[in-house]
Design a protein around this ligand. Structure first.
Ligand code: ADP
Length: 173
């Protein structure tokens, strides 16, 4: 079952045992607030040093680094879209963040990937809409990659509940 390879949990992504974790970064890739700050703090200064060599990243794209002091081997850094009202291509950019991260993970042989709820923090993407786009993108990817497993590491219960509703909506489709 597809749903067996998609878990939705409440947790701190820096504690995740996934081979790759995703960072909801900004386009500079030089660190920021929220999950970005938590990942850099847990990974240690080596992560920022490597990020400095990457030259930033466009919104909706992703770049890979090592995990340094994190339990994960890789960090996939992706700047999600800043919410501008919904008519600035935000949905496609958000789907791009998930898909670019997943393609990079597959390319590097990471079979387990953990995501935070990209763009729904300081970038203010509406949670229900983000959860639907994320879930649809993840499920489509999992159908094409039967050897991969994905976890949504939600920081709080309302976030987890939104992804569970989206899974109920798209899981059977
Ligand atoms: P963005 O700028 O993409 O909106 P944020 O980091 O502000 O990114 O928020 C994205 C989500 O990550 C929010 O749901 C926030 O609560 C959550 N978050 C913050 N810290 C962590 C963490 N350590 N692990 C998992 N999720 C986290």
């Amino acid at each position: 079952m597809l749903e067996d390879r998609f878990s939705i949990v409440v947790g701190d992504i820096t504690q995740s045992r996934a081979e790759a974790i995703v960072n909801a970064a900004n386009t500079t890739l030089l660190g920021g607030s929220g999950v970005d700050g938590a990942i850099h703090a847990a990974a240690g200064p080596g992560l920022l040093e490597e990020c400095r060599t990457l030259g930033g990243c466009e919104t909706g794209h992703a770049k890979l680094t090592g995990g340094y002091r994190l339990p994960s081997r890789y960090v996939l850094h992706t700047p999600g879209p800043i919410w501008r009202g919904g008519t600035a291509g935000e949905d496609a950019l958000l789907a791009g963040s998930y898909l670019s991260s997943l393609r990079l993970a597959a390319e590097y042989g990471a079979k387990t990937v953990a995501f935070p709820s990209i763009s729904t923090g300081v970038y203010h993407f509406p949670l229900e809409r983000a959860a639907r786009t994320a879930t649809e993108t993840i499920l489509a990817f999992l159908r094409e990659h039967p050897d991969m497993e994905i976890t949504m590491a939600c920081f709080d219960e309302p976030t987890k509940a939104a992804y569970e509703r989206a899974l109920a909506e798209y899981g059977a489709a």
